[in-house]
Design a protein around this ligand. Structure first.
Ligand code: 9MG
Length: 257
């Protein structure tokens, strides 16, 4: 899954027109690089990031969906807002990637009657404050219990399990030790019976280990994506698609896949 951020700080000039054409060009480049799907987001979820209004988010992402309507791969909308989910699905999104696991009021209703897939991600706290003091009894079982409970809620609302993907939410209210435990034990999530998505690309956990700045984390990101797939991830959400695809081709060749 290739990441397409449509946020002003993703583009050097911050202008909407340039952001739009950059986002569309970037999306096509990611597909050429080997992405099987794209994730389009109009609100940053980085620790400390400010929320954007529903209208602003719609104004950012909908023109990108419009520009990509003939694209050959499925597109996911990265949002926690029900109105954005509804509009993006109407504009062609085939998956909702919700870092809030459909806990916002109206979010479940926004997706149930559609055919869209849903990625339920775990986070502790809010992006503004989540890294302040995350605490767990046992991070792997706490996160797995939460995801199981969200799968149950969705299934009770009529969403079949074939539409559900889960994600432990690396970096979302987790210390380095929590993130490492989740990656080490990622296989524990496969027992929940739905595909697992892992998003570790360029994250600060990699910076904490390597001492590298965000734009110098390519090797660490590829290594972490490989480890995620080896531990059962079906989807890896990455910035550096070409390099990740090459690495995964080696993994598949060695595994005889
Ligand atoms: C939007 N976003 C940022 N990081 C993410 C992650 O790790 N997983 C998912 N599903 N979405 C993410």
């Amino acid at each position: 899954m290739g990441i397409v951020n449509v946020t002003p700080d993703s583009f050097s000039d911050g202008g909407r027109y340039v952001s739009l054409s950059n986002a569309i060009d970037h999306a096509y480049q990611l597909i050429e690089d080997g992405a099987d799907m794209l994730d389009i987001g109009g609100e940053s979820t980085r620790p400390g990031a400010a929320e954007v209004s529903e209208q602003e988010e719609l104004d950012r992402v909908l023109p990108v969906f419009e520009g990509l309507r003939d694209i050959a791969v499925p597109i996911s909308i990265d949002t926690w807002k029900p109105a954005v989910m509804r509009a993006a699905i109407k504009a062609g999104a085939s998956m909702v990637n919700d870092v809030n696991a459909l806990q916002a009021e109206g979010a479940i209703k926004a997706v149930t009657a559609t055919g869209a897939a849903i990625c339920l991600m775990h986070k502790q706290g809010l992006p503004q404050t989540m890294q302040q003091q995350p605490e767990y009894h046992d991070v792997v079982s706490d996160v797995a219990d939460f995801l199981k409970q969200r799968i149950d809620v969705l299934e009770a609302a009529g969403v079949v399990s074939e539409r559900i993907v889960i994600d432990p939410g690396f970096g979302f209210g987790k210390t380095l030790a929590h993130n490492l435990a989740l990656l080490r034990e990622l296989k524990a999530f496969s027992v929940l019976g739905v595909p697992v998505l892992a998003g570790v690309s360029r994250k600060s956990m990699l910076g904490a280990i390597t001492g590298r700045e965000v734009n110098e984390r390519l090797a660490a990101s590829v290594a972490a994506a490989m480890l995620s797939v080896q531990r059962g991830a079906a989807i890896v959400r990455v910035h550096d698609v070409r390099e990740t695809v090459d690495a995964l081709k080696i993994l598949n060749a060695v595994n005889g896949d």
